[in-house]
Write a protein that binds this ligand. Sequence first.
Ligand code: SAM
Length: 161
Amino acid sequence: MIEVLRLGHRISRDKRISTHVALVARAFGASKLYYTGQKDSDYEKSVSDVVKDFGGDFNIEYVKSWKELFKGKTVVHLTMYGLDYREEISKVKGDILIVVGGEKVEWEVYTKVDFNLAVTNQPHSEVGALAVFLDHLTHSNYKKFDGKIKIKPSAKGKEFF
Ligand code: SAM
């Protein structure tokens, strides 16, 4: 089982990037997205709408605090300050919770997780880091989705089954 926690969602500034975190989590094989910060029903609806149309078993849930979530899980925090994910990823096993931040991640997170891992030690984005990490974690074995909308791979144009 792979789940993702997005820390510190802000309604005014993060709607688009938090939505992308959730969509990347879903597309690349996670089954659930938790988020802290501000509860945002529009955010939850936009993610649920994609699930309704494109299928799959994926939920989004707001949590007040991340502390309870860490129990019993292998927790990986993606941060540019961490160790090279390519050298550590084979040690990441069990029920996995991947944590990504927003503007600033509180220090306690760094100390409570099992792994602080970097996808390069350069600053970029929670969306980019999550996609790369999940792709490697799942060895690019993408889930099959059986939704109302099914895209037929096409060399030119847009096609649907
Ligand atoms: N200075 C911030 C920090 O605490 O790392 C950077 C914030 S960045 C805009 C938002 C999130 O993107 C970070 O919390 C982290 O999860 C992710 N991120 C950014 N660069 C990363 C990298 N090189 N490797 C892994 N995750 C990264």
